[in-house]
Design a protein around this ligand. Structure first.
Ligand SMILES: *Cc1c(COP(=O)(O)O)cnc(C)c1O
Length: 399
C-alpha cells in the first residue's frame, strides 16, 4: 500500500472509516501481546506474498493459519514442554483429531489406552467404523507388555498419564522404548500436567497434546487445544492436515490464553496443595474405598508418578465410594455439594464434582472397584471451606 500524500480529509467519510490513517502500534510497548484479528493478511507486494511457504511457522499468510497473536501463543506453549513447534486447535479434542488425521490412514493400526479421555475413544471408534482404521485398546498398566499388541501396520500409540478419570499412571518410558525400537510414533494426552509436571519429550514421546481449555485458559471460559512436537516432519504432517481441514483459532481466544499463562504454574501449585490435602483427608473417611490421586499409594502407577513427575498433580483426582452405597446415594452426595459444582471440563478457579460408571467405559482391562467413582476438581477456593462442604455432603448422603 502506498501513501499518495493526499490529505485524508479529501477522501469520502466512508473511505476514511475503512482506511483510517492512525496506526496504533508502532513505538508502543506493553506486556500483553496485541490481538491481531485477521482473515486477510495484507502483503506489501507480490514478491513477498510469493516467497511465503505454508510450512514456515514464523510468517503469517492467512488468518486461518496464524496471526502474530496465535504464533506467539504457539511458541510459548512449545517452550513450556520443551518442544519446538505447536499447532493451535479450536479444542483439545480437535488437537486429538489432528493427530489422527495427520498421521494415520485406512489400513493403519493405532493403540489407545483403555483409560483414554473418552472422546478420544469415540473418535478412534468412529475412524475404525467409517474410515478403515484398525484400533486396539490396551491395558494402560501394560508397560513393556505393549509389544504384544503391536502389529506390522501399527503406526501410532496413544498414551495418557495419568489416565482420564481413573488416574492410572503409565510407565511412559517403557512403552516409548518399545515404540522407538519399531519406529512407531507416540502421542501423549498431557493435559493433566499442563506440560508443567510431566515433560513428554524428555521421556522420548514424539507428540504432546494439550487441552488449553483447562489450566492454560484457567478461566472456564474458552475452548482451545494444541499439538506440540520437536520433530519438524511430524509437525509438518499435522500442519498440512490442519490446513486442509480448515482449522484455526481466533486471536481473541488466543490472547485470553496468553493472559493466563504467566500465572499457570502458580495456580497449578495452589490447586495441587489444596487437592492433595483434601485427598489425604478423604482417604481417612469410612465412606471412601479408594482415593485415586497419583501422589497416593492407592493410585496404580504411583511409583511411575514418583519417578517421572515433578511439580505436583494439580487439582484433579477421583474417589471411589464403598460398594455398599448405591449409585443414587452417590448422586445425592454430588448434589448435596454446594461449593463443588456439577459440570464437565476443569482447570479453572471453580471446584467441580462428577460421578462416573467406569465399568461401562472399559473394554481391555478389568476395573477392580465395586463402588461408584466421583471425579473431583479442586479449584482455588479455601481448603477449609471445601473440606467442610465435602464433609457436610458425605454426612447428608450416607448417614
Ligand atoms: C478436556 C480434555 C480434553 C479435551 O479438551 P476440549 O477442549 O474440551 O475438547 C482432552 N483430553 C483431556 C485429558 C481432557 O481432560
Amino acid at each position: 500500500m502506498t501513501d499518495s500524500g493526499k490529505n485524508i480529509n479529501d477522501r469520502d467519510l466512508q473511505t476514511r472509516i475503512v482506511q483510517p490513517k492512525d496506526r496504533i502500534t508502532p513505538g508502543f510497548e506493553s506486556f500483553s501481546v496485541p490481538v491481531a484479528r485477521a482473515s486477510t493478511v495484507v502483503f506489501p507486494d507480490l514478491a513477498t506474498m510469493r516467497a511465503l511457504t505454508w510450512s514456515d511457522d514464523s510468517k503469517w499468510r492467512y488468518g486461518l493459519h496464524g496471526t502474530p497473536t496465535t504464533i506467539a501463543l504457539a511458541q510459548r506453549l512449545a517452550a513450556i514442554e520443551g518442544g519446538e513447534h505447536a499447532l493451535l486447535q479450536p479444542s483439545g479434542l480437535a488437537a486429538i483429531s489432528n493427530v489422527y488425521f495427520g498421521l494415520v490412514k485406512a489400513g493403519d493400526h493405532v493403540l489407545v489406552p483403555d483409560n483414554a479421555y473418552s472422546p478420544n475413544r469415540e473418535h478412534a471408534d468412529w475412524l475404525a467404523a467409517d474410515f478403515g482404521l484398525e484400533v486396539t485398546y490396551y491395558d494402560p498398566m501394560t508397560g513393556a507388555g505393549i509389544a504384544d499388541s503391536i502389529r506390522p501396520n501399527t503406526k501410532l500409540i496413544w498414551l495418557e498419564a495419568p489416565g482420564s478419570v481413573t488416574m492410572e499412571v503409565q510407565d511412559v518410558p517403557a512403552i516409548v522404548a518399545v515404540a522407538r525400537a519399531k519406529g512407531i510414533v507416540t502421542a501423549i494426552d498431557n493435559t493433566f500436567s499442563a506440560g508443567l509436571a510431566f515433560k513428554p519429550f524428555e521421556h522420548g514421546v514424539d507428540i504432546s497434546v494439550q487441552a488449553l481449555t483447562k489450566y492454560q485458559s484457567g478461566g472456564s471460559d474458552l475452548l482451545m487445544g494444541a499439538v506440540i512436537t520437536r520433530d519438524i516432519e511430524l509437525h509438518k504432517k499435522m500442519k498440512r492436515a490442519r490446513m486442509r481441514m480448515g482449522i484455526g483459532v481466533s486471536a481473541d481466544d488466543a490472547s485470553l490464553v496468553l493472559r493466563s499463562l504467566p500465572s499457570m504454574k502458580t495456580r497449578y501449585e495452589a490447586h495441587d496443595r489444596t487437592a492433595f490435602a483434601l485427598a489425604q483427608w478423604l482417604k481417612t473417611r469410612p465412606e471412601v474405598a479408594a482415593v485415586l490421586h497419583p501422589a497416593l499409594e492407592d493410585c496404580p502407577g504411583h511409583a511411575f508418578y514418583e519417578r517421572d513427575f515433578e511439580g505436583g498433580a494439580g487439582g484433579l483426582f477421583s474417589i471411589v465410594f464403598d460398594g455398599r452405597y448405591s449409585a443414587a446415594q452417590v448422586d445425592a452426595f454430588v448434589e448435596a455439594l454446594e461449593l463443588l459444582s456439577i459440570g464437565w471440563s476443569w482447570g479453572g478457579s471453580h471446584s467441580l464434582a462428577m460421578p462416573y460408571n467406569i465399568r461401562s467405559m472399559r473394554t481391555a482391562s478389568q476395573w477392580p472397584h465395586e463402588g461408584v467413582l466421583v471425579r473431583l476438581y479442586i479449584g482455588l477456593e479455601a481448603q477449609e471451606d471445601l473440606r467442610a462442604d465435602l464433609e457436610a455432603a458425605l454426612t447428608k448422603a450416607f448417614a
